[in-house]
Design a protein around this ligand. Structure first.
Ligand SMILES: Nc1ncnc2c1ncn2[C@@H]1O[C@H](COP(=O)(O)OP(=O)(O)OP(=O)(O)O)[C@@H](O)[C@H]1O
Ligand SMILES: [Mg+2]
Length: 292
């Protein structure tokens, strides 16, 4: 069945529960083979046979990868290799780029996330995103965090909302710095504080997965260290995929690392192994600074 047929079938049966993908059997031969361990036993998200195009140009070629439950997976590789593009497929952020076309199968806890009945607003609450440049709304600190819970109806009254806001700011280790100025604009905070505010905003809707696209690239080393500590703490409750240009950062925060090269997933494995004993020459060239 192609996707249009699948969507038709899903729509035809309004009472059907969301399609469960039996994904592991679907791996198709590619013109290259990813080295290492793209599949894990306890996958939170699965992506299979992913191809992404911008118009005629292919940005991702036949990538299959699992994101393990409660792991931090780092995605590294030279500029333009498709890291952001791949990350965005995981919560359908590419849908909002008109020329972008995504092929492949994607599941969250085994459920198809590209099915015709998938609500993308809900999906992006379950699979949240933190961007390279902190992007608080032009609203108060409080409202930045309360916005998501409000549109998803997570609080029944002001007291419950106050609790969600405080708890999210605490988990993003920002609360103590802003507790006396919750009504001040979020845009008035420092860059590092703004990024922690964006993380608080992402976790306020209790996501299951957090996608981070170079979350520290605009931050100084102190702010970066705080975000890295935070990532380590968040791992207890969330699954995290982080794109980074910093190999030190990948080594510090992740348990698995995926190396991308020109739209292909070249190698993936245990972070220690990738950085100490890469198996593919391209991975080795990159981590030793001979490329990119
Ligand atoms: N909105 C877009 N329109 C057209 N082409 C795009 C778009 N976004 C990305 N691309 C192309 O897709 C390819 C992969 O880009 P992508 O942004 O995913 O790379 P990246 O690995 O995240 O790079 P960087 O490290 O510089 O952020 C590139 O060739 C890029 O030019
Ligand atoms: Mg990018």
């Amino acid at each position: 069945m192609d996707r249009a047929e699948q969507q038709g079938a899903a729509a035809a049966d309004a009472t059907a529960t969301r399609r469960q993908l039996d994904i592991r059997d679907h791996v198709e031969p590619a013109d290259y083979q990813t080295i290492g361990t793209p599949f894990v036993d306890d996958a939170k998200m699965t992506a299979r046979n992913v191809n992404v195009f911008y118009g005629e140009k292919q940005a991702i070629t036949n990538i299959s990868l699992d994101i393990g439950r409660n792991e931090v997976i780092a995605m590294i590789g030279p500029s333009g290799c498709g890291k952001s593009t791949f990350l965005r497929t995981l919560n359908r952020m590419n849908d909002i780029i008109p020329i972008c076309r995504v092929e492949g199968e994607f599941a969250l806890d085994g459920e198809d996330i590209y099915g015709g009945d998938q609500d993308t607003v809900l999906l992006r609450a379950r699979v949240g995103m933190v961007f390279q440049k902190p992007n608080p709304f032009p609203k108060s600190i409080y409202e930045n965090v309360a916005y998501g819970p409000r549109i998803h109806g997570l609080a029944h009254n002001k007291a419950e909302m106050d609790e969600i806001v405080e708890d999210s700011l605490r988990r993003a280790s920002l609360f103590n710095e802003v507790k006396d100025q919750l009504d001040k604009p979020g845009t008035g905070l420092s860059g590092g504080q703004q990024q922690r505010l964006c993380i608080a905003r992402a976790i306020a809707v209790s996501p299951e997965v957090i996608l981070m696209d170079e979350p520290c690239s605009a931050l100084d080393p102190i702010a970066t260290a705080r975000i890295e500590e935070l990532i380590d703490e968040l791992r207890e409750n969330y699954t995290i995929a982080i794109v980074t240009h910093s190999m030190q950062q990948a080594a510090r925060v992740s348990q698995r690392t995926a190396y991308f090269h020109m739209g292909k997933l070249i190698e993936v494995g245990d972070t220690k192994q990738i950085f100490t004993m890469p198996r593919h020459e391209l991975t080795e060239n990159y981590i030793t600074g001979r490329f990119g």
